[in-house]
Design a protein around this ligand. Structure first.
Ligand code: XUL
Ligand code: CO
Length: 438
């Protein structure tokens, strides 16, 4: 059965093409910055948005049909899996990501849900082998069911915690069975609506405990992938504990989990936290915690997580600059945690959106490589800190300068007469030149 009959395999046709179902910038086998674009970008399909979400919003029902011709939920799950691999093949996506409940619907009991997961895991494994596709990461949906109304790992009720742990245990097992390269914790409802009813310290202790147990269990069953936390400041809860990269790093260090977890940075979550995407990536990179990316973009005029397909090349360029500077992806990749707008409701729109997102990142990779080869921006930054390479600066960095020595140095100077311009506008113009003029 072919689900997307009107659409052929999308090919690279270069920038002269007028074919909307072609890549202009993503040429998978072309080498950019020392590796093929395929290896640099490691694109992944998000099962939840692409295969499941029908475009419902707070004001209206779904606009697109994701039933895949099925008449019951398990038939739908099976058809969905076949459709997912057809879509990945046609878009040349090598990876996918899922929540447990995306691939198989929740049953009436935990054991029924687990049996359903087992059945679909066998099917996915077969399809992965047949089609040469890989699982970038798996996760558990511990936020959709009403039992998680007050949180999962941070729920005030220990029974809810136990249920979440059981669900995560199974999600880790299927991720391991499918050779997943990663496992994600996104704190869906791990936060609070009001401190009047919340013991924040206790909730965070519990979350750390759950993460420690998960890592230990996963390693004991042979999971060799990376663990990630995906920061997000709010939505669905007013405050989410994994607010941003810096907050997550502090949490991991407090509980001694920093060796076990890296970060999965999402563009729209960065902007919700009042940062830009590059800032969140830089914090992760500077702390040796860069792991993976949820590729999307928000709308600066809206205060919520719009999960739009990323098309802003300035953003993708600065993102790929950070990725290259971090040494590239190891087990992570670019997962399109993105959905078509509710009005873009046809199957063709899904393809056009992935093409747009993949091309925006392919172009971003090409431009990031140009920034590095051009060298002016990196040289400017290096030069800006030149006073630290010798003399008093070097002694401070080495930790050998004393307060008394610095006082004597400052007294002798009288005042600082050596400040350089930050040249922001010049550097922004260099960016424009690199992006648009050569
Ligand atoms: C929600 C979000 C999730 C995670 C996985 O904002 O980004 O889809 O990526 O649970
Ligand atoms: Co995400």
């Amino acid at each position: 059965m072919e689900y997307f009959k009107n659409i052929q395999k999308v090919q690279y046709e270069g920038t002269k093409t007028r074919n909307p179902f072609a890549f202009r910038f993503y040429n998978p086998d072309e080498t950019v910055a020392g590796k093929s674009m395929r290896e640099q970008l490691r694109f992944a399909m998000s099962y939840w948005h692409t295969m499941c979400a029908e475009g419902t919003d707070m004001f209206g029902v779904g606009t697109s049909d994701k039933s895949y011709g099925a008449s019951n939920p398990m038939e739908q799950a099976r058809n969905k899996a076949y459709a997912a691999f057809e879509l990945m093949n046609k878009l040349d996506l090598d990876f996918f990501c899922f929540h447990d409940r995306d691939i198989a619907p929740e049953g009436a009991t935990l054991s029924e849900s687990n049996a359903r997961l087992d059945e679909i895991t066998v099917l996915l494994k077969e399809l992965m082998t047949q089609n040469g596709k890989k699982l970038l990461w798996g996760t558990a949906n511990c936020f959709g069911n009403k039992r998680y109304m007050h949180g999962a790992g941070t729920a005030p009720n220990a029974d809810v915690f136990a249920f979440a742990a059981a669900q995560i245990k199974k999600a880790v097992e299927i991720t391991t069975a499918l050779d997943g390269e990663g496992y994600v914790f996104w704190g869906g409802r791990e936060g609070y609506e009001t401190l009047l009813n919340t013991d924040m310290a206790r909730e965070q202790d519990h979350m750390a405990h759950l993460m420690r147990m998960t890592v230990d269990y996963a390693r004991s069953i042979g999971f060799t992938g990376d663990f990630y936390i995906e920061p997000k400041p709010k939505e669905p809860t007013k405050h989410q504990y994994d607010f941003d990269s810096a907050t997550v790093l502090a949490f991991l260090r407090k509980y001694g989990l920093d060796k076990d977890f890296k970060l999965n940075i999402e563009a729209n979550h960065a902007t919700l936290a009042g940062h830009n995407f590059q800032h969140e990536l830089r914090v992760a990179r500077d702390n040796g915690a860069f792991g993976s990316i949820d590729a999307n973009q928000g709308d600066m005029l809206l205060g919520w997580d719009t999960d739009q397909f990323p098309t802003n090349v300035y953003e993708t360029t600065l993102c790929m600059y950070e990725v290259l500077r971090a040494g590239g992806f190891t087990k992570g990749g670019l997962n399109f945690d993105a959905k078509t707008r509710r009005g873009s409701y046809t199957p063709e729109d899904i393809f056009l959106s992935y093409i747009a997102g993949m091309d925006a990142f392919a172009l971003g990779l090409r431009m990031a490589d140009k920034i590095i080869r051009d060298g002016r921006i990196d040289a400017f930054v290096a030069d800006r800190y030149a006073s630290w390479n010798t003399g008093i600066g070097k002694r401070i960095e080495e930790g050998s300068a004393t307060m008394a020595e610095l006082e004597a140095y400052a007294l002798k100077m009288g005042d600082v007469n050596t400040n350089m311009s930050g040249r922001q506008e010049y550097l922004e113009n260099v960016m424009n030149e690199i992006l648009f003029a050569y």
